[in-house]
Design a protein around this ligand. Structure first.
Ligand SMILES: [Zn+2]
Length: 342
């Protein structure tokens, strides 16, 4: 252990110097974490309004630099290899990209870049958003925030919204407009529809015109190119607030719908928001029905051979080199504090 700490400290000191290449390779070896699973939502040249207030959007140039970084240190893998993955037996450093929420950018921007590098990725879709049937309440929230910040809101409208918040036991601070709205959880999503109505925000029109989500035709194209498609639940609820029965319904119903509609011989699933607070019973039940599942807690071990944690790439616009090397440093720090398992 003492030797590991010393090596860790030497690497830590050299991480941002010209010795990055050597330091990072040693760091992967030291961590014994040969599998890197970065995940994104979108890549776009512009910032669409329904995402603008949620997370930073990478442009194609930054995304390509990310890919070049992954290819320098890891080899591409696929879901078949993941199903049989063993940290001990694996001799290479592997990576597999994934994309959540089934946004149309997967087809418009991401797939063409992946094609350029002959890469295959996993795309996780919410069956309610597929074909632009419904809009994710967080995406409506981003539209609300944009309208609130860019248009003149008269005092009567302002007070109506403020009162709605108070009636729902939520604070409304005039100085923190964005934070007020982003505090709304899925259990209060009716509040989102009421606010949209007060602001005369026609999100249905936005959905029909912009079509922010993948269509079935686009999904068929992604599959034809050799990508992997899975479920991200029906409606993108926070699982920790659902009953076990509802968690299972959201998971199994969406997995079945996707595999049937697109004739996919496997079932893979990524948790909406997080797998935090999900019980062993849930994992036990889905282990019989799906091949692979994914959380987003960063580089971390899980107690299930079919369940993997992924690394969120959109907390900032930092380069993949910075995000991933920090993740490995953080993993070793967690390892030394015995907090590297979920
Ligand atoms: Zn999601």
């Amino acid at each position: 252990m003492g030797l590991k700490v010393t090596i860790f400290l030497i690497i830590f000191i050299n991480m941002n110097t010209k010795f990055f290449d050597f330091s990072f390779k040693t760091l992967i070896q030291l961590s014994e974490q040969k599998l890197c699973l970065p995940f994104y939502h979108v890549v776009n040249q512009d910032v669409p309004t329904h995402l603008k207030h949620l997370y930073p959007i990478r442009n194609p140039q930054i995304f390509e630099q990310d890919i070049q970084f992954f290819l320098r240190y890891f080899e591409p893998t696929n879901i078949t290899e993941l199903k049989n993955f063993s940290q001990k037996k694996c001799e290479k450093n592997l990576f597999l990209l994934s994309f959540d929420d089934g946004m149309r950018e997967c087809y418009d921007f991401i797939a063409p870049i992946l094609r350029k590098y002959s890469l295959k990725a996993m795309f996780f879709i919410n069956t309610d958003f597929l074909d632009n049937k419904k809009m994710f309440f967080r995406h409506i929230l981003s539209l609300i925030i944009e309208k609130f910040l860019t248009q003149n809101i008269d005092s009567a409208t302002f007070n109506k919204i403020k009162n709605l918040f108070l009636e729902n036991n939520l604070k409304f601070s005039a100085a923190k407009i964005k934070e007020n709205f982003l505090k709304i959880r899925f259990t209060q999503k009716n509040l989102v529809y009421k606010i949209a109505e007060i602001l005369q925000l026609d999100f249905q029109k936005y959905l029909n015109e912009k079509k922010p989500y993948l269509s079935s035709e686009m999904v068929f194209e992604l599959l034809k190119e050799g990508h992997f498609v899975g479920s991200h639940s029906v409606e993108h609820f926070e699982y920790q607030h659902l009953t076990l029965q509802e968690q299972l319904r959201q998971t199994i119903e969406s997995c079945n719908e996707i595999s049937e509609r697109f004739k996919i011989p496997y079932k893979i699933f990524s948790f909406p928001f997080t797998d935090f607070g999900v019980s062993q019973e849930f994992f036990h039940a889905i282990s019989q029905q799906i091949e692979l599942s994914f959380g987003c807690a960063g580089l971390k071990q899980t107690p299930y051979s079919f369940h993997f944690q992924r690394i969120p790439m959109e907390k900032s616009l930092n380069s993949a080199q910075k995000i991933i090397s920090q993740e490995y440093l953080f993993y070793i720090a967690k390892f030394l504090a015995a907090k590297h398992k979920t």
